[in-house]
Design a protein around this ligand. Structure first.
Ligand SMILES: [Zn+2]
Length: 233
């Protein structure tokens, strides 16, 4: 027969004695320093894996670890973009704080081209539970973390919605293009080629010509997932 084992509690305000692990009925609150005989030292940790799946593992097979460096300090902080004085407008532009810097770059470009960008969609809530879903780039929109915008463009009285942008041949600048077409083409070409990591949705395999994002879901998947979990659970 094994020698009996004992322990004392170390919780100043008392430690709950439960009938079963985690959330079992509270039988008593043990005073600090209570002497107890250990009957079974199996204990379970409630944990969450990198995909957001939750469950229990035995603590006997774990050791303490620091948070992964890639995601340490990553926080989603949704802000309302203050568009006063910019060439960007829209009812409520909700984006992650880390995406504001790109809107500043976009605004500078818009000003040189005398274009207005009207935001039609920014932060969006995933329409399905993300906690049990393995995040695949194709299915994980940057809208879910406030790193994407849908937009229309305007030059003077000329308005460019999805249909009109789609009708433009972006790859060709023609000498007889109206000025408004030429400026819209210049902006979209800049977005597609010279504004990395920004991307224009018109270049996607399924073209989405009124979409732009910074490819966070591809370039830093750990940060993307961390923000997604923080925002939507
Ligand atoms: Zn979009």
């Amino acid at each position: 027969m094994k020698a009996r084992r004992y322990c004392t509690t170390n919780a100043r305000s008392g430690l709950r004695l439960r009938a079963s692990p985690i959330s079992g009925e509270v039988l008593d609150v043990l005073k600090n320093g209570s002497l107890l005989e250990v009957l079974d030292d199996q204990h379970w940790l409630k944990v969450r894996d990198q995909n957001g799946r939750e469950g229990y593992i035995s603590a006997d097979y774990t050791e303490a670890a620091p948070p992964p460096e890639a995601t340490a300090g990553v926080t989603a902080n949704i802000v309302n973009f203050q568009s006063q004085g910019s060439n960007i407008s829209g009812d409520l532009i909700r984006i992650d704080e880390d995406f504001v810097v790109f809107l500043t770059q976009i605004d500078e470009k818009l000003k040189t081209l005398e274009l207005q960008l009207i935001v039609t969609s920014s932060l969006r809530k995933p329409d399905q539970d993300i906690t049990n879903t393995v995040v695949e780039p194709a299915k994980s929109s940057n809208h879910f973390v406030g790193h994407a915008l849908d937009f229309n463009l305007q030059y003077g009285g000329e308005y460019y919605n999805s249909k009109r942008i789609t009708e433009l041949d972006i790859s060709q600048e023609n000498t007889d293009d109206p000025v408004s077409d030429a400026q819209v083409k210049r902006f979209l070409n800049w977005l597609a080629k010279d504004a990395s990591p920004l991307r224009w949705g018109g270049t996607f395999s399924t073209p989405d010509p009124i979409h732009l994002d910074d490819a966070l879901n591809l370039n830093d998947q750990a940060a993307y997932k961390q923000k997604l979990t923080q925002l939507w659970g």
